[in-house]
Design a protein around this ligand. Structure first.
Ligand SMILES: [Zn+2]
Length: 395
């Protein structure tokens, strides 16, 4: 056979035989595995904009039908409010409003969502038609430095507390502030009250989440906790060095603790090139667009800059393979028992190509198969590792 004909034959074999078989194999394994995602912000859109996650939605990254298409069995719904409270009653009330919103979702759609507060409940309800919902509270500021409020959130079903969001609390410093990108800190890490918080979380069976926290807080928390921790939505610093990602030394310490890091899909935590584009369009790129306009025409300049930036960032989005590179790195460094998925859908403005919403998770499994991962290791990455941490904290 001439070389060109044999090449076309090989291509045809790949396109019509090998790729579809791989996709089919991936889908089968994917839907037989328990898929746990540790971080999704869709509850905020439901609370603030009145989206009903039990219906087909054309906006956002998540709804019941897409969760099920993506094979999601257990979803941690993030309870969130930013560093300025949404209501005059404050951060704690904002958290309660989000929990109420999740409860109402489950009441409206008891056939589609089921609530769990322990490993046993999660396992019992998983793998049926329903999505098992668990609560993660993203940001220690929501306890308002009050242990009783922490106890109350636990009683309402909180099963992880992210010690800080980007904002530090008076008892724990965040990654943004420790890295110098935010507030100037008088002291880094956990103070005496912060240490008490970690101990109380252990007692209550609420997992300690160390995504978003500064390095000093990370090591302080690891020195105190008696249970394995989670990093519910963080990626790898050595691939994409931004303050929200975790360094190799931190990953090694996490392995000693028995914890799990769940990879975040946000392009700005996955790809250095995406970060470089973001920096360019917020710096010299912005200046060059504004320089083209007269001072009186700032609105047009702003529109032009935003449009140019959006196009450039869209073009710079990483692909699915670059997300799996982060999983590979963690597996190579600390083993396959310490990695999971915490995509951060509905909390991120851009998504990787091929991982556009919660329905796309089967592609992740296909890529893991393509890279030669063993079936039992894929199951660990998709959910078993996180389930082990849930079991150790809240059996
Ligand atoms: Zn976050």
């Amino acid at each position: 056979m001439p070389a060109t004909r044999s090449l076309s034959f090989l291509l045809a074999l790949l396109v019509f035989t090998i790729i579809p078989v791989l996709a089919q194999k991936g889908k089968g394994l994917h839907h037989r595995s328990l898929l746990v995602d540790t971080h999704n912000d869709c509850l905020s859109a439901q609370t603030l904009e009145g989206r009903d996650l039990g219906e087909h939605l054309s906006t956002g990254h998540s709804d019941y039908y897409r969760f099920k298409k993506g094979g999601v069995d257990l979803q941690f719904f993030s309870v969130f409010t930013g560093e300025t409270a949404r209501t005059p009653l404050g951060f704690y009330q904002d958290a309660l409003n989000e929990i109420d919103s999740l409860n109402r979702l489950i009441l409206r759609h008891p056939d589609k969502f089921g609530f769990a507060t322990s490993y046993r409940e999660a396992i019992k309800r998983a793998h049926r038609k329903r999505v098992v919902a668990m609560i993660g509270v993203e940001g220690g500021h929501m306890i308002e430095s009050d242990i009783q409020k922490l106890d109350s959130l636990s009683a309402r079903g909180m099963r992880y507390l992210t010690l800080t969001w980007n904002n530090s609390t008076e008892w724990a410093s965040s990654a943004r502030d420790e890295s110098g990108a935010g507030m100037v800190l008088s002291q880094k890490g956990l103070n005496a009250f912060g240490k008490q918080v970690v101990q109380r979380l252990n007692q209550l069976g609420v997992m300690v989440d160390l995504s978003h926290v500064g390095e000093q807080t990370f090591y302080d928390a690891l020195s105190i906790t008696q249970k394995p921790v989670l990093l519910t939505h963080s990626s790898v610093w050595s691939i994409c060095p931004v303050f929200r990602n975790v360094k190799d030394e931190q990953l090694i310490a996490l392995k000693k603790n028995g914890g799990v890091v769940c990879v975040n899909f946000y392009p700005a935590f996955i790809s250095k090139d995406f970060v470089a584009q973001q920096r360019y369009w917020n710096g010299p790129g912005k200046d060059s667009v504004f320089a083209l306009y007269k001072l009186s025409d700032t609105n047009s300049a702003k529109q032009d800059w935003q449009k140019s930036m959006a196009t450039a960032l869209d073009n710079a989005r990483p692909g699915l393979a670059e997300v799996v590179d982060h999983i590979d790195h963690i597996v190579k460094l600390i083993g396959v028992d310490h990695v999971g998925i915490g995509a951060d859908f509905d909390g991120i403005g851009f998504v990787p190509r091929g991982l556009e919403d919660v329905s796309t998770y089967p592609r992740l499994t296909e890529e893991l198969i393509r890279r030669g991962y063993h079936k039992k290791d894929i199951k660990k990455i998709l959910g078993k590792n996180v389930l082990r941490v849930i079991k150790a904290n809240c059996p």
